[in-house]
Design a protein around this ligand. Sequence first.
Ligand SMILES: Nc1ncnc2c1ncn2[C@@H]1O[C@H](COP(=O)(O)OP(=O)(O)OP(=O)(O)O)[C@@H](O)[C@H]1O
Ligand SMILES: [Mg+2]
Length: 240
Amino acid sequence: MVGDVVDRCPTGIVGFDRLCGGGFVRNSDNLVIGGPGSGKSTFLLQFLYNGATKYAENGLYCSFEPDIVDTLNDAQNHGWDFSRLSEEGKISFMRFAPQTSIDDLKKELTTMISKNNVRRICFDPISVLALGLSDQGKIRQTIFDLSALMKRMRVTTLFVDESLENDGMTRIVDGDWTKTDILTFLSDSVTILYDSGIAGVGDRAVRITKMRRTAHERKAIGFSIKDSGIEVYGVGATRG
Ligand SMILES: Nc1ncnc2c1ncn2[C@@H]1O[C@H](COP(=O)(O)OP(=O)(O)OP(=O)(O)O)[C@@H](O)[C@H]1O
Ligand SMILES: [Mg+2]
């Protein structure tokens, strides 16, 4: 983009990078929200895989799920050979128990990021970290600490947050904010993945609701998940 001096961290998902001036802002923290099966983990894995294979940037995938075998099998189905990248030290996987303290988390992350020269990091899903925390203040502080550490270490961060409503926006439960809604205010960007699940694969859409320092597309744009991964359609293009 002419005149854009902001350093970008491309996802390598061409149609997505086009929506936001070439990708996420380097060293920023970014939120990816969506309902079950909306493609959150696929987006993250594709971001890391492209980082390692196209942009020579090492990645770290942090999971709070019981095990990440399913996730890796899914990736394998898309032809993304994470076992090879892992052997080569380009991508690492860490699994944290939900009750892991923020101090332990920060210590382990710091070690791993330095040791493996990590430039891209994903937390899937970050909401698990909030489960053990009693109030919004503590959640805010924890996420803020984590984001600040990632920025100091010059890493581009993607946080996944789940939305039950599957449209990513109807998040108010009984008139109250859900525990991790605060993230939408703290994060440098918010990307919502929609899947109405009513009329098949063409139903999927992505919308960037916020990206600091970026003149981004504001409309929801259709995408599909194929064998090769996520493919975002061109702005104004018809669904394929
Ligand atoms: N090869 C493929 N072709 C088409 N669609 C696929 C393919 N592989 C996966 N999918 C779709 O991707 C969806 C899974 O996406 P993903 O696991 O990234 O979602 P998620 O948002 O992380 O879900 P969860 O909330 O359960 O973690 C599946 O439900 C399926 O519809
Ligand atoms: Mg997932």
